[in-house]
Design a protein around this ligand. Sequence first.
Ligand code: NDP
Length: 348
Amino acid sequence: MQKTTKKALITGITGQDGAYLAQLLLEKGYQVTGTYRRTSSVNFWRIEELGIQAHPQLRLVEYDLTDLSSSIRLMQTAEPDEVYNLAAQSFVGVSFEQPVATATITALGAVNLLEAIRIVNPKARFYQASTSEMFGKVQAIPQVEDTPFYPRSPYGVAKLYAHWMTVNYRESYGIFGSSGILFNHESPLRGREFVTRKITDSVAKIVLNKLDVLELGNLDAKRDWGYAKEYVEGMWRILQAEQPDTFILATNRTETVRDFVTMAFKGAGIDVEYTGKGEAETGHCARTGKLLVRISPKFYRPAEVELLIGDPGKALRELGWAPTTTLEQLCQMMVEADMRRNEQGFSF
Ligand code: NDP
């Protein structure tokens, strides 16, 4: 493979996508600047798990997305050809508790970067991590790039602002600003606050007698889940296109949270049977009758997104991108990783 001499800037390298994207770009020969937040103990477990933390082409820089002057300095020192804005307050549940912080980081943070590009480095290509949560109360099935948006959480609203600012900077200033509307994508590197990873980690703990019961909110929510490693390849392709644009990355398959739970237990050799409805629904081991799953209202959201399913046809036609990992394979991969971690006595 021909190696590139390009430079990339990734905000949010400590997150799931940031880690996989850094790995991909380093393989392609990029010089990568990855940003992390100042906290009392910085968490590099993902880039450590991928074995890239000490890569000679990787530079880690402390940065807070909410600070415009830092964004300008970052753009001056990193001199990137490509900027991938992955940093965000990315958890829907937390956005209801912290709407102002979510807006400051997730919405205004993107504008700080766009301004820094406009002022310092207008030739840099910009990727904005947009989300299917912007479709919220869906107006069409499946969702495509021009389906009207109807976000149902402060997170979705904040992301929609950042999305439109990306489009606006493209149209107003000629900046190469592209937006990837990504549907849920998961992996063994997913944070444990997200439902899929919470499920696979809990299944591992239940099997190893470290947890009694898995507690969840709305089991009927339907999501389009893909494999994160394939989605970061899509992000890269979006920035290699001739023109800046908006693309959906999705699998065009939707399943309920309940289906994912069933799949995850099956991955650990357990069949689950469900009884009851709504908050009274429970899941039991088909063989022993042991209670495995119950509903806790504390995990319900003030406004739910019931159904997401994306059509990635445009990405296939124009970028040659298509997902190949099935949900069953993804779920199995996550259960196995969590079994291994829990057996070894640690779980991130
Ligand atoms: P993560 O939550 O795993 O990562 C988010 C990253 O943002 C972390 O590195 C986090 O740092 C960083 N961050 C948070 N606040 C700030 C701040 N104020 N300044 C600088 N950095 C900050 O998300 P993912 O990797 O899963 O997702 C990447 C992006 O894609 C996000 O923007 C997300 O909203 C979006 N997205 C994700 C989807 C998914 O299914 N994964 C679907 C669609 C969009 P720290 O480690 O310190 O918390």
